[in-house]
Design a protein around this ligand. Structure first.
Ligand code: PGA
Length: 255
């Protein structure tokens, strides 16, 4: 099946980075000046929650979507320190990332917690980028597909609306290391992930589901990665904080 039905998504995950002056400069020099065709690709940035509104105020490029990096598994209530899906929607934020490997590893988020975040986001009609990925140990022991399946299982069991979900395949060992997965590995893993969705959810959902690749994407390797038929976009950390984000977006728009 051709991937023409799936519009590519180029997403920048700023993680716990940025300051007010960084945002002003990045909007002025990168986000507001990059040229892309919004009918061909979607472009999204995910600043830390505190900065969401400041980014929105400085973003004159209306075609750039804004996303949270996380959402609470709870609704409103006595949950000190949490930011719930309703608050994001109320604030005009229609996207969130969930299950980034840093949240899984450093903040003990299990796949069940990630799945409950997908569900609550879904209930509030938030678009979700749900991240999955194996560690180097998993890969070395040929466990990649098993691990990805285990991570997807609770999400699938909760029967979310797959139209609101994008998956991001991010091998943990490739994140922030400068070691991107090989083109062959990215291709075959994306094909396998789509097969899993086809098997457990359905062919229609599998064919329309966007699966992004993330892990040491730069302006040098972006074109080759995003050109792959089963790679429906990129989730970019480090390079999304630099001028090269503009290059990556412009390359992707010209494909
Ligand atoms: P990286 O991060 O591009 O810096 O490797 C990707 C991510 O964590 O989403």
């Amino acid at each position: 099946m051709s991937n023409n039905i799936r519009k590519k998504l180029i997403a920048g995950n700023w993680k716990c980075n940025g300051s007010l002056s960084f945002i002003q400069n990045h909007c002025k020099n990168v986000l507001n000046t990059m040229v892309f065709d919004p009918t061909k690709i979607d472009v999204l940035v995910a600043p830390m929650t505190l900065h969401l509104d400041y980014v929105r105020k400085h973003l004159t490029n209306q075609n750039v979507l804004i996303s949270a990096q996380n959402v609470s598994k709870t609704k409103e209530g006595a949950f000190t320190g949490e930011i719930n899906a309703n608050a994001l929607k109320d604030f005009g934020i229609n996207w969130t990332i969930v299950g980034h490997s840093e949240r899984r590893a450093l903040f003990d988020e299990s796949s069940q917690v990630v799945a409950s975040k997908v569900t609550i986001a879904d209930e509030h009609k938030l678009n979700v980028i749900a991240c999955i990925g194996e560690t180097w140990d998993d890969k070395s022991n040929n466990q990649t597909l098993k691990v990805l399946e285990k991570q997807l299982e609770p999400i699938i069991q909760n029967k979310p609306n797959w139209n609101n979900i994008t998956l991001a395949y991010e091998p943990v060992w490739a994140i922030g290391t400068g070691k991107s997965a090989t083109i062959d590995d990215v291709h075959s893993t994306h094909v396998e992930i789509r097969k899993l969705i086809k098997k457990y959810v359905g062919e229609k959902q599998a064919n329309s589901l966007r699966i992004l690749y993330g892990g040491s994407v730069t302006a040098k390797n972006a074109k080759e990665l995003v050109s792959l038929q089963d790679v429906d976009g990129l989730l970019i950390g480090g390079a999304s904080l630099k001028d090269e984000f503009k290059t990556i977006v412009e390359i992707s728009s010209k494909l």
